[in-house]
Design a protein around this ligand. Structure first.
Ligand SMILES: NC(=O)c1ccc[n+]([C@@H]2O[C@H](COP(=O)([O-])OP(=O)(O)OC[C@H]3O[C@@H](n4cnc5c(N)ncnc54)[C@H](O)[C@@H]3O)[C@@H](O)[C@H]2O)c1
Length: 470
């Protein structure tokens, strides 16, 4: 049994702490946010993540997890300090290392024994070197602090599973002994352990996320073409995904990628390139396509409803992905802002994220379930593919709506079945708005003439939402 300190009780820190404890280690979890710390001390987990409560409670009860806000206490007897603090984007896309710097300073000042600093947070290339310098600069006791880059690849919603069953463990260090010591911790997971230098590990993490974002933006671009050529993107993605050179993952068309990682890491990657005066036209396009996706959905709605002024639109799902309460850069928020700009009233429901969204969008009417959202709505937009939305009784939804229009922003429904019920169904890249379904379209010819102008307007709107600090 080793004593491990984990710095930061967010999605990564909580899962890392719980899972290392589950592997039999003693874990000290350090958190500086008082509200979060108080909640944890009262046994309340501040995030919603499947399977985490069970693992957390079991290890807490068995005395393997201790939560503290005190670095001296939190680092006592620890051999490792895993840094899992946030690295959000600043306005110009630069990753903000304020919390990493603070954690490093605190570690250097508080460590009573030599300790291995392990960077789990996603950080720009060269941060390992910076952390090593900061540790030397702030260290009071003359300890040596090897720095290991051990980026995390877990997915929210599957975080505990991903930690316990990683497809690889990446360990970057210039100090081979430190790298081996960190690798040893992961041995029970039976995953390939890749040892490299710090910079390679840091770059590989960014490239992984940028590549995932690229795949999704690519498939979203293809979906626009599928709409025009009467082809279903789901079938196309399935066929293309059978090729082992590509694989089938991250090929779902929809409202775009969001969350705490892909948007900030794409921006961080572009920023890293800018610093070295390298142009990345492909990655910039990946970002731009994503910014346009909410507008694509709203445009579909406008093609069906005409003016959106005064319309009541229901939004199903608010979190950036199902099984998570995380709303950072969630597509739902961009969609709602666009709809509000067009004069819509919004009704919304999400199983986990309403409290968080209500803080930034207080004017939305929050409902108890999807049926309440549907009541009197002129259209529904499915923004997050929670399982409970797949199991809705759509005939009831149909009967409750003012107009039976559904924009399926995550392509979870069967277009034929939806048409049979009587819905005007629009997916993302699932044949587009067909003439035969266009009967209830209320677009006047004047509005049709305006459509090209409105298109441009919507294309830039996600960019302006970003700029307004969302
Ligand atoms: N969330 C994910 O799915 C995911 C996946 C892989 C990698 N990552 C990366 O991991 C890092 C953490 O992400 P997250 O989503 O867990 O962040 P988060 O914002 O949910 O949590 C960070 C936590 O660290 C705490 N904190 C900040 N500074 C601290 C300090 N000096 N001492 C103690 N606590 C401190 C904050 O109060 C917060 O509770 C980021 O770099 C992120 O890019 C995240």
């Amino acid at each position: 049994m080793t004593t491990i300190s984990v710095i930061g009780a967010g999605y990564v820190g909580l899962v890392t702490a719980a899972c290392f404890a589950e592997l039999g280690h003693r874990v000290n979890l350090l958190e500086i946010d008082h509200e979060r710390l108080n909640a944890l001390e009262r046994g309340i987990l501040p995030i919603s993540e499947p399977n985490l409560p069970e693992v957390w409670q079991r290890n807490l009860a068995e005395g393997r997890i201790r939560v503290t806000g005190n670095y001296i206490e939190g680092l006592l007897n620890s051999r490792f300090a895993f840094i899992a603090v946030g690295t959000p984007s600043t306005k110009n896309g630069k990753p903000n290392l304020k919390w990493v710097r603070l954690a490093v300073k605190n570690i250097a000042e508080a460590a009573s024994e030599p300790i291995i600093a392990v960077i789990k947070s996603t950080v720009p290339v060269g941060t390992g070197d910076l952390v090593a310098r900061l540790l030397t600069c702030h260290g009071r006791n003359g300890h040596s602090f090897p720095v290991v880059s051990n980026p995390e690849f877990l997915r929210e919603g599957l975080a505990v599973f991903d930690f316990m069953h990683p497809n690889k463990v990446l360990v970057g260090a210039s100090d081979r002994n430190a790298a081996d010591a960190v690798a040893e911790l992961y041995k029970p997971l039976d995953a390939p352990i890749i040892i490299c230098d710090n910079r390679t590990a840091e770059m590989s993490k960014y490239v992984s996320n940028v590549f995932l974002a690229t795949r999704i933006s690519f498939v979203n671009e293809v979906a626009r073409l599928c709409d025009e050529y009467d082809v279903d993107i789901i079938q196309v993605a399935k066929i293309v995904g059978t090729d082992p050179r590509f694989g089938g993952g991250y090929m779902s068309a929809g409202l775009g990628w969001g969350g705490s990682c892909l948007p900030k890491d794409v921006k961080g990657f572009i920023h890293m390139a800018k610093v070295r005066k390298v142009n990345l036209p492909l990655v910039r396009a990946v970002k731009r396509i994503n910014q346009q996706q909410p507008g694509v959905a709203v445009r579909k709605l406008r093609q069906l409803l005409g003016s959106l002024e005064g319309r009541t639109i229901g939004v199903l799902g608010l979190s950036f992905k199902p099984d998570s309460d995380d709303i950072r850069e969630a597509s739902s928020i961009f969609v709602i802002r666009l709809l509000e700009q067009q004069g819509c009233r919004i009704r919304a429901y999400d199983p986990a994220a309403m409290k968080a969204v209500a803080k930034i969008l207080p004017q939305v009417t929050y409902c108890n379930d999807a049926y309440e959202v549907a009541k009197g709505s002129d259209a529904l937009i499915l923004a997050t593919e929670w399982d409970e939305f797949k199991e809705l009784d759509m005939t009831i939804i149909y009967s409750l709506m003012h107009q039976p229009i559904i924009i399926d922003g995550r392509n979870i429904y069967d277009p034929e079945k939806m048409s049979q019920i009587g819905f005007i169904y629009e997916g993302m890249g699932r044949h587009g708005i067909r003439e035969k379904r266009a009967e209830p379209v209320l677009l006047s010819s004047a509005q049709k003439d305006m459509e090209p102008l409105l298109r441009n307007d919507l294309v830039i709107s996600r960019e302006s939402s970003y700029k307004s600090g969302s």
